[in-house]
Design a protein around this ligand. Structure first.
Ligand SMILES: Nc1ncnc2c1ncn2[C@@H]1O[C@H](COP(=O)(O)OP(=O)(O)OP(=O)(O)O)[C@@H](O)[C@H]1O
Ligand SMILES: *[C@@H]1O[C@H](CO)[C@@H](O)[C@H](O)[C@H]1NC(C)=O
Ligand SMILES: *[C@@H]1O[C@H](CO)[C@@H](O)[C@H](O)[C@H]1NC(C)=O
Ligand SMILES: *[C@@H]1O[C@H](CO)[C@@H](O)[C@H](O)[C@H]1NC(C)=O
Ligand SMILES: *[C@@H]1O[C@H](CO)[C@@H](O)[C@H](O)[C@H]1NC(C)=O
Ligand SMILES: *[C@@H]1O[C@H](CO)[C@@H](O)[C@H](O)[C@H]1NC(C)=O
Ligand SMILES: *[C@@H]1O[C@H](CO)[C@@H](O)[C@H](O)[C@H]1NC(C)=O
Length: 490
């Protein structure tokens, strides 16, 4: 019985691969029809998910069909599978070798069993000689390792997590180890296809992929991509507003791109901080295996309820039978509830608060679409960058300061402020001397300030605010000191 079903699964895969060889790719409408017939689009997917292996076959087919659909749009010579799925090792990024002892190294260095994943992958010529391999994290489907390419580039390697819920649950359900790996491998291939097609500064960059084996004998696939660091909300809450604003702006730019992507409006199904990483202060989405490019179909407006744990929105059903902009709206509300509410308002420059409140209110009520949201963010960016928000022409504090060129303040411990760019003092970003003077004026302990050589991502100057007035010679530095701190020597 099991064997028969296994053959059924294998032959289904065979049919699918034959289609790939012949490049008889189903069109999107074929695919839509197939989806509609099987009820996947109407949320009946879960009920199909019982213990009958026929459904495993269906799942594999569904996943492959989805990949085909994305690849249709990807017209690149290195597309996975297109040349000859039975001999992927020749069509991949180069020769593939099974570097047997690398598995031992992986096992030893990470101190964990990483199963039979990705061992052969370093054999792909572009990704040979990866050093410094360490375990980074694992999730439902994937295990992620970090490493360094020979040219010094730090990378993340993603492969099937053989101990992960996706594989384990599948095996529990169907008892088909090999097909269950295959199902998970297709999810990584889906992610690769999407990363090839969707390119944006706020989407993790794919450096390449490496695979060996075949659909028949089992496929080992690894995606190689840009390395980031996890989004730690608690840590982000302690960073200056300017950096938190950058995270939110990155996200808005990403969602604007996704709403008008080459694949249509892309929905991030699993929208949580752990699907994102930070690379040089920019937020980038890293987990693209759980996305959809289909907008919910509908017959009436009542079919278009956008549901969240704490509130629902009623959307319009368009003449084409799709819920109007449902993907864009779901992404935007998720951005509001997981990111903006935590990162945007707190300790924002007071002059920007009305604008930020409007953004919060408009996205929280879904009054703004993504275009309007991006415009609003860019206005805040412009005001902040140009320093217009801080300049109060009716009052200049700078004239209260005496300037000492060729001096700095003695480097000893000083007062701390929050949120500062360093932990040991009070290092804040300013647009100009006026703004620095206004800040120093507003802080009781501040007696002096110095411009450092550093700037922020917006080109604002980092200024060190000090309570000390002890001057030392430094040709490259200028001290601004409150006149009131200058007392006649006793
Ligand atoms: N490019 C990267 N750089 C650094 N860390 C990463 C990168 N990609 C993923 N990670 C880390 O590895 C973890 C798992 O990766 P990923 O989310 O892609 O796997 P998954 O199996 O789809 O997980 P999930 O259960 O979250 O859906 C992430 O939570 C993240 O911390
Ligand atoms: C890998 O490293 C070895 C030793 O440094 C070197 O001889 C070899 O050319 C490298 N291989 C590649 C593909 O760069
Ligand atoms: C290192 O190699 C990778 C893969 O070939 C490439 O994408 C990257 O740009 C290279 N980086 C540098 C600094 O040369
Ligand atoms: C937006 O403002 C209106 C009017 O003040 C208020 O009723 C509503 O609750 C606000 N929405 C959010 C998400 O803050
Ligand atoms: C939103 O912006 C995109 C890209 O800039 C544009 O193509 C689209 O027409 C805009 N949509 C609306 C409703 O303004
Ligand atoms: C500008 O300075 C004047 C005079 O001190 C003050 O009354 C006003 O509130 C200030 N405006 C802002 C926006 O800070
Ligand atoms: C001052 O700056 C110049 C040029 O950046 C540098 O060469 C010099 O060493 C600096 N002097 C001091 C005392 O830091």
């Amino acid at each position: 019985m099991t064997r028969k079903l296994h053959i059924a699964a294998a032959s289904a895969a065979l049919i699918v691969t034959s289609a790939l060889v012949l490049l008889k790719l189903p069109t999107s409408s074929d695919w839509r029809r197939a989806v509609a017939e099987r009820g996947w689009a109407s949320g009946q997917h879960e009920s199909l998910f019982n213990s009958r292996p026929r459904e495993l076959v269906d799942e594999i087919e569904e996943r492959v069909a989805e990949i085909i659909r994305y690849q249709e749009a990807v017209r690149r010579p290195q597309t996975v599978f297109v040349s000859d799925p039975y001999h992927v090792r020749d069509s991949a990024l180069g020769r593939s070798e099974i570097a047997g002892d690398v598995s031992g190294v992986l096992w030893e260095r990470t101190g964990r069993v990483v199963g039979n994943l990705l061992i052969g992958t370093v054999g792909c010529s572009e990704f040979r000689n990866i050093t410094g391999i360490e375990f980074l994290g694992s999730g439902y489907t994937k295990t992620v390792l970090k490493g360094t390419l020979q040219n010094g580039t730090a990378i993340a390697l993603k492969a099937v997590n053989s101990q992960g819920d996706e594989v384990m649950r599948c095996i529990q359900r169907y008892g088909q180890t090999r097909d269950c790996y295959r199902l998970a491998a297709f999810k990584i291939i889906k992610e690769i296809s999407l990363l090839q097609k969707l390119q944006h500064p706020n989407i993790i960059q794919l450096y390449g992929q490496c695979y060996y084996g075949s659909l028949e004998d089992g496929l080992v696939i690894t995606a190689v991509m840009e390395l980031g660091s996890p989004v730690e909300m608690i840590q982000l809450l302690q960073t200056p507003w300017e950096e938190r604003f950058r995270i939110c702006l990155s996200l808005v730019k990403l969602l604007h791109y996704l709403a008008h992507s080459p694949l249509g409006s892309v929905l991030l199904l699993d929208f949580q901080p752990r699907q994102f990483v930070i690379v040089d202060g920019e937020l980038k989405v890293t987990d693209l295996d759980d996305v959809s490019t289909e907008e919910l179909s509908c017959k009436a407006d009542s079919d278009c309820v956008l549901e969240f744990p704490t509130r629902n929105f009623n959307l319009r059903c368009t003449a084409e039978g799709r819920c109007h902009k449902i993907n864009e709206k779901r992404n935007l509300y998720n951005a509001f509830r997981f990111f903006f509410t935590y990162l945007l308002p707190y300790s924002a420059p007071s002059a920007l608060r009305p604008l930020l409140c409007e953004i919060m209110n408009a996205t929280g009520d879904l009054r703004y679409g993504i275009n309007k949201t991006l415009e609003a963010f860019e206005e805040v960016l412009y005001l902040y960058k140009s320093g217009l928000h801080h300049i109060n022409l009716s009052q200049s504090w700078l004239e209260d300061y005496k300037i000492f060129e060729g001096f700095r303040i003695q480097d000893n411990s000083d007062y701390k402020c929050w949120p500062s760019y360093n932990h040991r003092g009070c290092l804040l970003s300013v647009h100009n001397r006026e703004e620095a003077a206004a800040i120093c004026h507003s802080q009781q302990q501040c007696q002096s300030f110095i411009f450092t050589q550093q700037t922020t991502w917006l080109g604002r100057y980092l200024v060190s605010f000090r309570s000390s007035t002890e001057l030392v010679l430094d040709v490259n530095s200028t001290v601004y000191m409150k006149s009131s701190s200058l007392r006649a020597p006793m």
